[in-house]
Design a protein around this ligand. Structure first.
Ligand code: DX5
Ligand code: ZN
Length: 243
């Protein structure tokens, strides 16, 4: 089943609780939290204190996407703040096995993230340990960027490897997922669909989450459960070309 993960990166940070609640009403089932350090990626966002505050205002799982160097140093703090899922970039983890064990040890669900230029086949041995693999379909650091088309090949390759190995990890996609790309990512194998700008960019998170999820379910051949039957085509905020 496909799931929509609203990324709060594009939300109004002064009204996070309201924004998350609206995206949940629209069908979002996991909150995607982008953590950036200004080193691994050229942007700074938020950390454990904000996760702790979010934890108090939503029951949805918090999916923390760590775009930070030395993630091991911060995993205990994310666990204490109430994170449910933690994903780390392959590119930041020279000892990825140890990092995933640390996440598991702290009772969270571990994920591995691959940048656009990183090959899927590099993580085959580690796949039995992960709850999800996140394929970045933009270079991480900013919301509202254009989807990189070869990400579709990577999603398909990952799905093929999962089938060959008989594993059950979830396939997540992040970056440029919007009304014009969501059907393609679903058809390529993505199940956890992160969307920031397409959910929050136009200031109508409930409406736009609902429309995106309906499009994803249609592409997946699923029934548009919980849909009001209203058809809306969201007007997303403008995209920037930053890759
Ligand atoms: C980018 C972040 C994404 C971001 C996606 O580095 O990891 O989660 O919010 O934003 P959109 O959906 O706007 O491309
Ligand atoms: Zn993200």
């Amino acid at each position: 089943m496909v799931e929509l993960l609203p990324s709060i990166l594009s939300a109004d940070f002064a009204h996070l609780a309201d924004e998350v609640a609206a995206a949940e009403r629209g069908g979002g089932t996991v909150v995607h939290v982008d953590v950036m350090d200004g080193h691994f990626v050229p942007n700074i966002t938020l950390g454990p204190p904000v996760v702790k505050s979010l934890r108090k205002v939503t029951k949805l799982p918090l999916d923390c996407h760590l775009m930070i160097d030395n993630p091991n140093d911060y995993i205990p703090a994310f666990a204490d703040s109430g994170a449910d899922w933690v994903s780390v970039h392959y590119e930041t983890c020279p000892h990825l096995h140890r990092t995933l064990e640390l996440i598991l040890h702290h009772g969270m669900k571990p994920g591995v993230v691959l940048n656009p230029a990183t090959r899927v086949d590099l993580i085959t041995e580690i796949l039995p340990m992960v709850h999800h693999v996140l394929i970045m379909s933009v270079n991480p650091g900013f919301g509202g960027q254009e989807f990189i088309p070869f990400s579709l090949d990577k999603l398909q390759r990952l799905k093929q490897i999962r089938q060959e190995l008989g594993l059950a990890f979830k396939i997540e996609v992040d970056g440029g997922v919007a009304h014009d790309t969501i059907a393609q990512v679903v058809q390529a194998g993505a199940e956890l669909l992160v969307a920031g700008n397409a959910v929050f960019g136009a200031g109508k998170p409930e409406r736009d989450a609902r429309a995106l999820l309906a499009a994803a379910r249609t592409a997946a051949g699923e029934k548009p459960a919980g849909s009001s039957g209203r058809k809306t085509t969201p007007k997303s905020g403008k995209r920037r070309k930053i890759q």
